[in-house]
Write a protein that binds this ligand. Structure first.
Ligand SMILES: C/C(=C\COP(=O)(O)OP(=O)(O)O)CCC[C@H](C)CCC[C@H](C)CCCC(C)C
Ligand SMILES: O=C(O)C1=CC(=O)c2ccccc2C1=O
Length: 299
């Protein structure tokens, strides 16, 4: 009886780890920040467009993650990853089908926005973002295996993704949105960078040259404060330059999880078990920074 409960508990933990609910804030924040900025500039929010984009972004991230498990099962990199959805279900075709269905529904939502706007720009930008996501992990490219994932991630969630969000609300472009998208892009890439610390051994075995494999965990840990610092440095430049409202300084609340992240990784960078949770501390940096940045634009 006791053993059955323990197995059920560890099984549900594996499923939770496979689905990674906290990671979905990564999809939500560009929509929130881009829409908040549009509201601050135009005084309006189109709630229909906002909701359609939000659900599409969540579905696109689900597609990206489901396909990541599918493609990683083909290279063998996930053979020790018990919380891979392909390993959990033993059914690669099913995961691929669910992933592609998510993408299909997401694209339909984006097409609805385009139909409301009578303009295909948002669809073009989102297809570009998805293509960057495919380049990260899909054959024959697999650019994440060459250590280029952070650049793809920066552009997909930053300048390209946020331009799509801003355009979906305003049907125009904004230099300010582009500046803010740099911050969102860097904060998102920080999560990806942190996700590699505990995977060095499996990555090397599968031929993946992630930034942490290339740099080593020690140098990776030393770079982290600069990575985090650039997020807050850019915000400060925005405020001091008079481009961002003073309230965007609220996003400095993200400094606390950022300090925790840097300390944690400095101490445990070479201990996979202990450092494995650092990507979720990075999610917290991303969440507080982006949520309060958006909030700072609308109050
Ligand atoms: C799937 C991603 C990371 C997982 O990496 P890894 O293989 O190391 O992880 P596991 O250990 O879990 O196997 C994220 C990759 C992000 C990618 C470079 C960019 C994705 C872009 C999105 C598809 C588009 C977002 C659009 C936006 C507006 C919501
Ligand atoms: O599982 C992961 O490690 C990540 C999943 C994910 O969707 C994502 C999105 C954007 C940046 C990083 C990450 C991950 O690290």
């Amino acid at each position: 009886m006791m053993t059955t409960k323990l197995i059920a508990d560890s099984n549900s933990k594996l499923w939770l780890a496979a689905i990674k609910p906290p990671m979905y804030s990564v999809a939500i924040m560009p929509i929130w920040v881009g829409t908040a900025l549009a509201k601050s500039e135009t005084g309006l929010i189109n709630w229909g467009v906002f909701m359609a984009f939000l659900t599409a972004a969540i579905l696109i991230l689900a597609w990206e993650n489901l396909l990541n498990d599918v493609f990683d099962s083909e290279t063998g990199i996930d053979k020790n990853k018990h919380h891979s959805l392909v390993n959990l279900t033993g059914n690669k075709a099913l995961i691929l089908t669910i992933g592609n269905l998510c993408l299909l529904v997401a694209i339909a939502q984006i097409m609805l926005i385009c139909w409301w706007q009578q303009d295909l720009t948002v669809l073009g930008l989102i297809i570009l973002s998805c293509f960057l996501g495919y380049l990260y992990q899909g054959p024959p490219f697999r650019l994440g295996y060459q250590g280029l994932g952070e650049f793809l991630c920066f552009f997909a969630f930053g300048p390209v993704g946020m331009s799509a969000v801003y355009y979906s609300q305003t049907q125009t472009w904004s230099l300010l949105n582009l500046a803010v998208s740099l911050i969102v892009g860097i904060a998102t890439s920080l999560i990806l960078f942190c996700s590699h610390f505990h995977q060095v051994e499996d990555d090397i075995a599968a031929g993946k040259r992630s930034p942490i494999v290339r740099l080593g965990t020690q140098r990776g840990a030393q770079i982290l404060p600069w990575f985090c610092g650039s997020i807050f440095g850019l915000t400060l430049i925005g405020v001091l330059g008079g481009f961002f409202p003073i309230w965007t300084l609220l996003s400095f609340a993200g400094v606390f999880p950022a300090i925790q992240l840097c300390r944690h990784v400095r101490e445990y960078h070479h201990q996979p078990q202990q450092v494995s949770n650092c990507k979720f501390i990075a999610v917290s940096v991303h969440f507080w920074t982006c949520f309060l940045l958006g909030f700072g634009f609308i109050i």
